[in-house]
Design a protein around this ligand. Structure first.
Ligand SMILES: [Zn+2]
Length: 454
């Protein structure tokens, strides 16, 4: 029998019509559940003068405003800590006794924000993570080295749990275990897959020879599942990691709330396939400036707004994250079904040039299409504070090492035309020598600020 392509074929290959019908029935159920049980959502519905029963159609749902932001998520947890005797927030819908798992979603300093799970939420998480693990080739019986931070993070214990649930064999050293211990366990247990941030995978390339007298390529890792930061979607980083490790590199985003998306095997990064449209709405986009809903077509960019379905503990509904997403609805060259998304950066990166929304990460995506005639390293140079900046937007691009001076005029014309076609503005391009711009691909530094920062 040929090996199956999906962990859950029935769920992962639904038609667009089936997905939409399923989502609508689940959205209506989730809204009613949240309204009935959460004082936060009841208050929000009161403010907008609506009831969950008013949401009958997809258009009704799309018109609902953003109900939750990261700041509000934190504030409602501060409030429940002060007034309700628990830190899980006023969006907590399940009885506290049914909260049997807790993770933390944010790595920023200060008070952590918590993600509670009921038993069913843990099962949902196991299911949507298993779909991602299966897509990248992890199978029951495989040894998987886990090197994400274990302490409270969603990519920590929940991923270990999901690997065990699907029958794989996680070696949960965690990022806290440190380089030496990780390499020791890698040699001892011979894992075929590694789970870690792209910057940790990069760090191990340099450290393995010093610490263990071994090149990472000798460890036998066939696939690396990256998450937690951008990197695995950038051509330079992918190339560096895959060459040094001799492994395939995959980019994942999700974990809590039924969110799961992972990149495919195609040589060129195509974004992350949405794997759990039956558990979460991943492609509800709004304009980051006005919060108005955006009609989503192939390549549409906007602020990501998530709504979970069938989530018990503290379900986000119309939750606008700080991420800018680009959604692709057209077929992927890899042949796998479903929509895809690219995370382009943070909303704070938004620029407005002559009324057009411009995202530095989208410019980088265009410029990356010209490698090797450019190195892929570039900066948007700003002389005034964003988001509204004057035209033409100044872009500094590193030319490729083998590009002659005489070719630059034509190269500039081509890049400029591609940016105009795809992003609807005309830039001013300045070429600089390869290696001129500081290397910070993992941090994703795309803007150079020449104005006085307060
Ligand atoms: Zn694909």
């Amino acid at each position: 029998m040929p090996e199956r392509r999906y962990w859950n074929e029935a769920a992962e290959t639904r038609s667009e019509e089936e997905i939409r019908a399923l989502q609508m029935s689940k959205i209506r159920r989730q809204l009613a559940y949240c309204y009935e049980r959460s004082p936060y959502y009841r208050e929000k519905f009161r403010e907008i003068g609506a009831l969950p029963a008013d949401v009958q159609t997809w258009e009704d749902f799309r018109r609902l405003p953003v109900l939750l932001t990261p700041e509000q998520y934190k504030a409602q947890q501060d409030q429940s800590s002060a007034e309700d005797g628990h830190p899980y927030g006023r969006i907590l819908c399940a009885p506290l006794a049914e909260v049997v798992g807790v993770a933390s979603t944010s790595g920023t300093t200060g008070r952590p924000t918590l993600t509670p799970f009921t038993r069913r939420d843990i099962e949902t998480t196991n299911e949507v993570l298993a779909r991602a693990f299966w897509r990248i080739g992890i199978r029951p019986g495989d040894t998987v080295l886990h090197a994400f931070g274990l302490s409270m993070w969603v990519a920590g214990i929940p991923m270990v749990r999901a690997l065990e649930a699907m029958g794989a064999r996680p070696i949960a050293v965690g990022a806290e275990g440190g380089t030496e211990r990780l390499l020791l366990f890698a040699r001892l247990t011979r894992p075929s897959a590694l789970l870690c941030t792209p910057s940790f995978a990069e760090h191990l390339i340099e450290r393995a020879p010093e610490v263990a007298g071994i090149e990472v390529g000798e460890l036998g890792i066939e696939r690396i599942f990256c998450a937690g930061e951008p990197g695995a979607g950038l051509p330079e980083v992918r190339k560096k990691l895959s060459q040094a490790w001799g492994a395939k590199i995959y980019d994942f985003a999700g974990g809590p709330w039924g969110i799961s998306s992972v990149s495919c095997d195609h040589a060129e990064y195509q974004g992350m396939h949405l794997l759990s449209e039956d558990y979460c709405l991943h492609y509800d986009l709004v304009d980051p400036e006005t919060n108005a809903p955006i009609e989503v077509g192939d390549g549409t960019i906007g602020a990501a707004v998530f709504t979970t379905f069938d989530w018990d503990a503290a379900p986000p509904v119309k939750f606008m994250l700080n991420d800018l997403n680009q959604i692709f609805t057209g077929p992927c060259p890899c042949g796998m079904p479903g929509k895809r998304r690219k995370i382009l950066g943070r909303i704070d990166d938004l620029l407005i040039v002559k009324g057009i929304n411009v995202y530095p990460a989208a410019i980088r995506n265009v410029v990356n299409g010209f490698v090797p005639r450019v190195t892929g390293e570039m900066r948007v140079v700003l002389r005034e504070p964003p988001p509204r900046v004057s035209s033409p937007l100044h872009i500094r691009i590193e030319r490729g090492a083998d590009v002659a001076d005489a070719e630059l005029v034509e190269l500039e014309r081509q890049i400029s035309a591609r940016i105009r076609d795809l992003l609807r503005f005309t830039p001013r391009i300045e070429f600089v020598a390869p290696g001129t711009l500081a290397r910070s691909a993992l941090k994703g530094k795309l803007i150079e600020r020449l104005y006085q920062q307060s």
